[in-house]
Design a protein around this ligand. Structure first.
Ligand code: IVH
Length: 664
């Protein structure tokens, strides 16, 4: 029995090592769970064979009297910092001068943004884990350290010294942090501002059961007391030994030579910073040879042989001087904190997003508070948390009920986080988007009214809303950049022609939130007239197939907004109209026709083409026969194109298809 238990322990330890240290699992989770359960059952049946080093013993009892004091075997030092290239060069010169050598070999490592930990192994067994504390005396957090699966309870291999202090950094990955915060939110507990705080909070839990649920990780970067050593002559030897003993060492660690090598490493790691799965706040250079380290010694609490080269901070604190509301191009309202300028993430930041009203509430941000601002990579700066409250405290932030840009009503749809301006047709913030959508192919299909033209019309104040498009002259268009006489006149003609449209297209063109092309068509055929639709209440709207509460509310809010009604009125006055829908049969002009599609179309997918042909009554077949009426040939067509030729079936290109669909 004892043999089986020991074999199981060894096997589980080895899988833990593969999974947590090497990040290279060898068996499926289910199989691992089976081994684990078997061991648990055997240990329950044979309590006399229990061992504190068993992998089943990671979660133990909470310490009775809180955290006990621990005197570290050797002090846990801190590091001197450098913030720029010059400080790195100065460091390297000092080292060379003190040692009297030409070029220094360093080990370069990422500077992990977590908490320092001191692990004491005796005869290869984990005896204690302690926080750094003041460097001399820390707190005993063994009960929590034991729950970290990348920390071996017993060392692998052989040749370990009698007593060994392993130094490393405990941290939470971004994924672990997100999962922890999600769980915290779920149970209504406080969320953490960043992975570092979350790791610190987790390590100082009294209940190890709690800590076990938090996916803490470790990277080991050195040793303290070595009793029965030495275990190497260089820092690189030490890291290699730690790896051999099953301890997790960061794989970005590398040997470099001189300040040039250090600088290259710094830039290489900085470039990777945003894609790493955990936070780092710089890199660390350590003189590789331990004998040289000895000769250099320490100043104050920091070794002369090591340097932390910090990256630009991604978080700083500053004061909120105001909270504005910005309106996005789709009408979303975003609260934005105006800040006292602060240098963070390598640039000066004066605004940071607060995302939405809920987030402002959750973080409890008020004007006058000092806040933590984060700017990571190219992500827009955001307010992370309140560092200290303003005194006296300003009133709580509230979203306005009118759009700060156009004064239209603001709504927030039940169950959605965002507030939105309902003046989609009217709001200057949404103008370009609205015009672009209005003119797009599935909407009014106005040729030549692309993004660049719209931008110019907007800049020059020529259009306030889509209705203004119809009174623009050829001369006005021709005066725009890169617009010839001919295209200007084509554009005006297109506008004139497209004033006649269908109710479905018109509804889609209004750009009502939640109302796509299909919904617009359904609404058109359900209500038959715009006036009937505009007069419908939410209940009537919800009676329409596929219209749920969210779509109904979006429609109601849109048509209730007087600004939108005014633009619709002006569109009608400008001559936009739609003939009454033809009788049902005429809806299906392609009834009885068979079409085959082959090759890739530029403007629409094969599915879209198929759906629209079917909507007009055509049968869409997958093979060509004599009965086929048309074969639509896109780019890189298949054999169907040849077949059509052989059988003398008419072929159409994409333009021909569009003509068939009535979209010339
Ligand atoms: S070496 C004498 N290496 O930075 C050496 N520290 O500012 C002392 N840290 O308390 C530490 N990554 O928590 C070292 N690769 C690394 C590190 C690292 C992060 C932390 C550690 C230490 C602090 C010193």
């Amino acid at each position: 029995m004892q043999r089986r238990i020991e074999a199981l322990r060894a096997e589980i330890n080895s899988h833990d090592y593969q999974y947590y240290v090497l990040d290279d699992p060898q068996i499926p989770d289910a199989e691992y769970d089976r081994l684990f359960r078997e061991l648990q059952e055997l240990e329950t049946a044979h309590p006399e064979l229990l061992s504190p080093d068993s992998p089943t013993r990671r979660v133990g009892a909470r310490p009775a009297a809180g955290f006990a004091e621990v005197h570290h075997g050797t002090p846990m030092l801190s590091l001197a910092n450098a913030f720029d290239y010059q400080e790195l060069v100065d460091f390297d010169r000092r080292v060379r001068e003190l040692l009297g050598i030409e070029a220094v070999a360093y080990v370069a490592e990422p500077k992990l943004d977590g908490l320092a930990i001191n692990l004491l192994y005796e005869a290869g067994r984990l005896r204690r884990g302690a926080t750094r504390g003041d460097g001399e005396v820390g707190e005993d957090v063994s009960h929590n350290v034991r729950t970290i699966r990348s920390i071996p309870l017993t060392l692998r291999g052989s040749g370990w010294p009698r007593r060994l202090e392993v130094r490393g950094e405990v941290l939470l990955s971004h994924a672990g942090f997100a999962a922890l915060n999600a769980a915290q939110r779920e149970r209504g507990a406080k969320t953490f501002a960043n992975p570092r705080n979350a790791a610190a909070g987790s390590l100082r839990q009294l209940d190890p059961g709690m800590t076990a649920e938090r996916p803490l990780e470790i990277f080991c970067y050195g040793v303290g007391l070595v009793d029965g050593g030495p275990i190497g002559e260089r820092q690189s030897d030490i890291l290699r030994r730690l790896r051999e003993w099953g301890l997790r060492v960061n794989s970005l660690t590398r040997g470099v030579i001189g300040a040039t090598g250090c600088w290259k490493y710094y830039q290489e790691i900085l470039a990777q910073r945003d894609s790493l799965p955990y936070d780092i706040d710089g890199v660390v250079y350590k003189v590789d040879e331990l004998a040289l380290q000895q000769r250099l010694g320490n100043v104050a609490r920091a070794p002369r042989w090591a340097l932390a080269h910090k990256f630009p901070a991604q978080e700083e604190t500053t004061r909120v001087v105001g909270i504005d509301v910005q309106v996005g191009r789709t009408g979303k309202l975003t609260p934005v904190a105006r800040l006292e300028p602060v240098f963070v993430g390598g640039v000066t930041v004066t605004n940071a997003t607060l995302h939405n009203e809920q987030e402002v509430r959750r973080k409890d941000v008020h004007v006058g508070d000092r806040v933590v601002v984060r700017r990571a990579g190219d992500v827009i700066p955001e307010v992370v948390s309140v560092a200290s409250k303003g005194k006296p405290r300003a009133p709580e932030f509230r979203m306005p009920d009118r759009c700060p840009v156009c004064d239209s009503h603001v709504v927030r749809i039940e169950g959605q986080a965002d507030h939105r301006c309902t003046g989609g047709l009217f709001c200057p913030a949404q103008r370009r988007e609205a015009l672009w959508h209005f003119a797009s192919r599935r909407a009014l299909n106005i040729d030549g009214l692309g993004e660049r033209v719209i931008a110019q019309l907007d800049e020059q104040g020529l259009v306030a809303d889509p209705a203004d498009l119809f009174s623009l002259t050829t001369e006005q268009f021709a005066a725009l950049d890169r617009m010839g006489e001919k295209s200007a006149s084509n554009l005006v003609q297109s506008l004139q022609r497209r004033r006649q449209t269908t109710l479905g297209r018109f509804l889609f063109a209004l750009g009502i939130r939640e109302v796509g092309e299909a919904t617009a068509e359904t609404l058109a055929s359900e209500f038959g007239s715009l006036d009937a639709l505009m007069a419908a209440d939410v209940e009537r709207l919800q009676a329409v197939p596929d219209v749920g509460p969210v779509v109904a509310e979006a429609l109601r809010a849109f048509f209730a907004e007087p600004h939108n009604r005014a633009v619709i009125q002006r569109l009608r006055e400008a001559g936009v109209h739609w003939p009454a829908p033809p009788p049902a049969a005429a809806h299906k002009p392609l009834a009885g026709k068979t079409v085959v599609l082959t090759g890739t179309l530029a403007g629409l997918t094969r599915d879209q083409a198929r759906a629209r042909l079917k909507a007009l009554g055509a049968k869409v077949s997958s093979s060509v026969s004599k009965k086929t009426d048309w074969v639509v040939v896109g780019s890189e067509p298949g054999s169907k194109a040849q077949k059509a030729q052989q059988l003398g079936v008419e072929t159409l290109d994409e333009a021909g298809l569009l003509e068939l669909l009535g979209e010339d």
